[in-house]
Ligand binder design. Structure first.
Ligand code: SF4
Length: 201
């Protein structure tokens, strides 16, 4: 995996890229950069591991379906996320050639990568980098999704061993949409915050 090549190709496609050697430095940066905003967050272990809910909630209005918002139903939390000024997510894979790949079951996370916010932050450890676009799609389908299905306790064949995708037709399937960002969409500034550690899956 070549981090420098990946950063160069992401920038070449129009993404803003910031790189931090450690998760702690990235968390400090995000905490400083996002202030006084409404913030929506997708289902992301990476952003959770950075402790961003606790940190951002002190000086922003944060909506995240993994955390309870007083007085709001889950659907209302999703709606607030969808219209927040800033959106944070991780990604399932980044190709060294600069494409960003994501799989989604509900579609809230991937739709927010396409529309609805002033600024999108995509936070990822270098373990998400794959050599080619084809390998990035393979990683999203065969590494990230099975591990996520296992984390969610889904009754899918992949969740048993988290070893590969079986392209199941299970009602518990978490893979319904596959999104590739070839570049940032024109309506949103999109910043990739790349971290030199293994984070999430
Ligand atoms: S399609 Fe089914 S088997 Fe494949 S990763 Fe998704 S949930 Fe698992």
């Amino acid at each position: 995996m070549n981090v420098e090549t990946t950063i160069r190709n992401l920038r070449g496609r129009g993404f803003t890229v910031t790189y931090f050697p450690t998760a702690a430095e990235a968390a400090d940066y995000l905490d400083q950069a996002i202030d006084g905003k409404t913030v929506g967050v997708g289902g992301t272990v990476t952003v959770q591991d950075l402790g961003m809910y606790e940190r951002l909630s002190g000086h922003n209005e944060v909506y995240w379906h993994w955390y309870k918002s007083e007085g709001l139903t889950l659907d209302e939390v999703y709606a607030r996320c969808a219209t927040a000024q800033v959106y944070l997510s991780s990604v399932n894979a980044i190709a060294e050639t600069g494409e960003i790949v994501n799989i989604d079951g509900r579609g809230n996370r991937t739709s927010s990568m396409l529309f609805g916010h002033e600024k999108l932050y995509l936070v990822a450890g270098v373990n998400k980098i794959a050599g080619t676009y084809e390998k990035a799609v393979w990683r999203a389908r065969n590494v990230a999704a099975p591990k996520d299905a296992q984390r969610l306790g889904r009754k899918t064949p992949c969740a048993l061993k988290a070893d590969k995708c079986y392209d199941c037709k299970s009602p518990d399937r978490i893979c319904n949409g596959l999104l590739t960002l070839l570049g940032p969409v024109s309506s949103m500034e999109t910043e990739v915050v790349l971290i030199g550690e293994e984070l999430g899956f």
